[in-house]
Design a protein around this ligand. Structure first.
Ligand code: ZN
Length: 451
């Protein structure tokens, strides 16, 4: 797909000019925080930080890191007021909450200016993926209290595209037939389900009007993305967005996600070392809102730990022409479990499931549980993979071997323990037979059931 730029003069700034924009905005944002955010006013005082001493983005790494817990502890019911709200109530355009998968949802207050900036991040991302005037995009992300679906809709106005705001992936195939959408925003699994349903209703996804899929809202293995791309015979672009204000998108080069560096600053932090790490090193994405000089923000964050792990892969110009840095697809720390000293993420399991030769037998749906085995000091990882149909013993054997090969390739430390203190077990439930199919909401695919 051809792609231009939404705001070329910003998206292609030289590194030096971009850093100057960032540093101007860092200074302004810090000053704005000290003047308007009750939380940060107290935070600067408590940590004896002179806001005027924070001059560049490099100064941010000397400041403390805050977390989701910090936000929850500074809003009702813990405090009387929302300490992160940084404008008067009358200036608030919308109020949002995060999905609250871990405790009380975090509250976010957005002004109309914030909406325009969120929309701009999505607009840049859409254009970088080849969407523009005349495109029709189905939004399957939900139009709830999260920010994404709503501000994506506003972004379409700016790129002269049409939005079909369905808000869920379980829409009738009629939508595809009637409106001939060119793109869908959804999650990998929901788009696989949609393809299966369309096939059952006589529409081949690969022959449909869709020319690109935009996935996000969860981390996934490259293998599952490749499979989705094969099923739909179109490009699949990753995005990483959150109510906190990250909105990074993959361009047509598809080698990492561009961070809109003039609007959000991202550093990588290693919580075990308690320090920031350099490019190429893995750690948690820590973000800082950047407010344009003279602008206002309803909620702003400085050094906010997203608890998602990533790596800054490059700050060199991309083949697409953009100069903004790229990061690897972030993984959720909450989806990592430690097995005998080795971190195992949901994505490690997913990669094993989606081995290409497995996909003639599986739907792709899976879940995994970690148990303590019957024997002392034995850990069991049981992987349940939904089968498409009845599969023979030799076919099961093939799938298990493919899984093991993929899994141990990346988890080499567990391989010599295999069959000794660590074991992999498999089951192949029929369609709809996974435990997660009985649970509402975002499914937990890797569940630690050790005592
Ligand atoms: Zn690019």
């Amino acid at each position: 797909m051809e792609s231009g730029y939404f705001r070329e003069e910003v998206e292609r700034l030289s590194r030096e000019d971009l850093n100057n924009v960032i540093d101007d905005r860092v200074r302004y944002t810090i000053r704005y925080a000290a003047d308007h955010s009750p939380f940060y006013r107290a935070w600067f005082r408590h940590h004896r930080i002179d806001p005027g001493s924070v001059r560049t983005h490099e100064d941010l790494i000397n400041l403390p890191v805050i977390s989701g817990k910090t936000i929850r502890e500074n809003q009702p019911p813990v405090t009387n007021e929302f300490m992160f709200r940084s404008v008067d109530c009358e200036e608030v355009f919308t109020i949002h909450e995060t999905s609250g998968t871990s405790g009380t949802p975090k509250s976010f207050f957005l002004t109309w200016d914030d909406w325009l900036r969120y929309a701009e991040k999505y607009a840049r991302s859409f254009v970088s993926q080849g969407f523009s005037r005349g495109d029709r995009i189905v939004i399957c992300a939900s139009y709830g209290m999260n920010v994404g679906a709503n501000t994506m809709t506003l972004a379409a106005r700016d790129i002269h595209a049409t939005i079909i705001p369905i808000g869920k992936c379980s829409f009738p195939s009629r939508i595809i037939r009637s409106y001939r959408p060119t793109g869908i925003v959804g999650s990998v699994f929901k788009l696989l389900h949609l393809a299966a349903r369309m096939k059952a209703e006589g529409i081949r996804p690969e022959d449909s009007s869709i020319k690109g899929l935009i996935v996000g809202g969860e981390s996934f293995a490259d293998e599952s993305r490749m499979y989705l791309s094969e099923v739909w015979e179109c490009d699949v672009f990753n995005t990483y967005g959150s109510t906190e204000g990250t909105m990074c998108g993959e361009c047509t080069v598809r080698q990492g996600l561009h961070v809109p560096e003039d609007l959000v600053h991202l550093d990588v932090y290693d919580p075990t070392l308690e320090r920031f790490v350099g490019d190429g090193e893995c750690g948690r994405a820590v973000l800082t809102t950047l407010i344009p000089v003279g602008g206002r923000a309803g909620t702003l964050l400085i050094n906010y730990d997203t608890e998602d792990t990533t790596v800054v892969t490059t700050r060199n110009p991309c083949l697409c022409g953009r100069t903004h840095m790229k990061i690897m697809n972030p993984q959720r720390e909450a989806e990592t479990a430690w097995i005998l000293g080795t971190p195992v993420n949901k994505v490690d399991i997913e990669r094993g499931v989606f081995q290409r030769e497995n996909m003639g037998y599986l739907t792709g749906e899976y879940e995994a549980f970690i148990y303590e085995g019957e024997e002392t000091a034995e850990t069991v990882l049981r992987v349940s993979m939904e089968r498409q149909r009845d599969i023979s013993a030799s076919e099961r054997e093939l799938v298990m071997e493919n899984f093991k090969k993929s899994f141990y390739r990346y988890k080499t430390a567990l391989s010599p323990l295999s069959g000794d203190t660590f074991s992999l077990e498999f089951s192949f439930p029929e369609p709809g037979g996974l435990e997660l199919s009985r649970i509402k909401g975002r499914p937990m695919r890797l569940v630690d059931r050790r005592g």
